[in-house]
Write a protein that binds this ligand. Sequence first.
Ligand code: HSE
Length: 432
Amino acid sequence: MAFKIGLLGLGTVGTGTVAILQDPVGRSPLLKEIEIYRVGVRSLDKPRAITLPPEVITTDLDSIVTDPEISIIVELIGGLEPARSLILKAIAHKKHIVTANKAVIARYGHEIYTAANQAGVYVLLEAAVGGGIPIIKPLKQSLGGNRVQSIIGIVNGTTNYILSRMTAEGAEFEMVLAEAQQLGYAEADPSADVDGLDAADKIAILASLGFGGRVKREDVYCEGIRPVSAVDIAYADKLGFVIKLLAIAEGQQGEESDHLQLRVHPTLVSKTHPLANINGVYNGILVTGDPLGQVMFYGRGAGAGPTASAVVSDMVNIVGILSSSDENPALDPLLSCTHQHYCQMIPMEELCTRFYARFLCQDVPGVVGHLGMSFGNHGVSLESVVQIGFQENTAEIVVVTHDVREGNFRAALAEIEALPAIKAIPSVLRVL
Ligand code: HSE
């Protein structure tokens, strides 16, 4: 028996998905059970890389999500609306959902999963994080015997590409961004990527799965890569680090495993760390669990083929269940979402981490002493202090701290900012 799917969106990932379904040889035998029944697009006239019978394609997306013949809706239009409303309407019509839409799941996951559980349908989203990298199913299933301690990811290919090129070429952000836009690696409006919003959506989803509770998207602290300069990348290099945009979910040690810190920010990563060598558009996600220790997921985080690979894997999962069970089977708890409570957030000022900071100061006696004094006043211990360049009576001093409570470090910075010899603090970055 063939399972009819309704595909919403025929852009890069939609086209990649159709290409896999139209060429099933050598892939999962379940692909032969899937029929591309209707495809919803914005424009019928757009030239496409794949061929579909004209009667399959429509601009009436509503008619697809309500069609009684269809059992699975594959939502690949992206964005918040109409994606959210179409998903909810499809669920109300008892369709299972496969989506690559991290923005909609990170913001409306609660509403969507509540509706899906009531309707007895699955909402699968392997393609929403890490493109082709299997990470959702491992977190839901394969790592179930572990107490997850942290999830640290390079989950945005655009920013990783930009930072990798800045590092390799000593180039500034604006120049590399402009070239990335010309090459199609960055969007015309790059803010979802470069301001860290896309990575924040993704870590909200991963944290919810890894730590077993709901997460509010607005609880993710978020800094993007616009302030990262070539100077900081060069200093980081001299100190043994590379700068990466990391998305981090860390659980508090001890009983309260749902107390989390969620953050996205540019981070100095030791060159010997497993994430330091994830370059270009690639993604890497490092999960630490008890008793497993570290496990790393690496691969292509975007693009037609990799993302469609994840979309099709979800379709195959649903078809596998539908073809082997009765009319109205109970939802498999390993594939559905059963979280009822929200994870508690630990405020950023309680974060304990190392910091990198760069100061521009007057080149006068006693500056380093004053800096050290202010740090000491707030319990900030320094791991290294470097003064390399100075021009026209301005010295550039770079410090790396030992682990310190963020609140203490910020208090020390405020005191330092007020010192007469300090001209500016152009950068403050966290160190992994
Ligand atoms: N804009 C995303 C990235 C695409 O650059 O990784 C996949 O979510």
